[in-house]
Ligand binder design. Sequence first.
Ligand code: CP
Length: 309
Amino acid sequence: MTTRWTRKDLLGLRELSADEINFILDTADAFKQVGTREIKKVPSLRGKTLVNFFVEPSTRTRTSFELAALRLSADVINISATTSSLTKGETLKDTARNLEALHADIFVLRHGSAGAPQFLANRLKASVINAGDGAHEHPTQALLDLYTIREKRRQIAGLHVAIVGDILFSRVARSNIFGLLKLGARVTLVGPSTLVPREFEKLGVEISHKIDEVLPKADVVNLLRIQHERQRREYFPGIGEYIRFFGLTKERAKLLKADCLIMHPGPINRGVEIDSEVADGLHSVILNQVTNGLAVRMAVLYLCGGISA
Ligand code: CP
């Protein structure tokens, strides 16, 4: 392998090359091996301090980054919006600079505003890892999705991936689109026209508003939650209507290819974008995604943490 990692930050997949993405996935392979050993810890980040800074709620990403850092022997500090001095009016930059003064080496940031990780990365010597910024990007989610597809189907090039649901407000969709296209997949976005506007075609994807036409042709179906917290108006008549036209119901799942992978970044709204029988069924790799997130995040922390000053 000739690729060398030179970035202190991971802010999105838009700016990464296919070689860099593959390098992260190959590094994650090595860390997945570490997870099978009796002693699951390596000393790679011993002496480094990671700040897990979550200004928006999270279950999977926050715990996965914390566990990844602990497995790499880093010290970890968890900060949430409600327990930090952000509630007293301190700016994000001041909070981060104060933590850097305590010699934090890596910041993992989830924030409701697109561009917040970039803002910090430009001002700090420490590494900044984007754990989801507004409706912009969620790079480690897309990397773990790519890793899971590659693990199950050996290669990503040539696969047809359908991403279904609330694309307009989804950082997961954006990062997946960039990563999948760079690695040679065909991508179709599916959902109501209000949440899947034609503008996305400029990125190089196809658009469909008819899920029943796409499901029989897809190798992977990645379902997304409706992100009510980001929507400022109604984008479809109601949940019942959404399920009728776009929900992956038990009946609709009969249209899937026998070897189709069903993915979901979580949290799942069972009975809305996906029926329980499908989420827990034979096609589902949803919990494999969570498991793989640990190895992928170990790889990202190892690579970026090795560059930070
Ligand atoms: N997929 C994901 O980002 O989940 P959390 O919001 O629980 O971190």
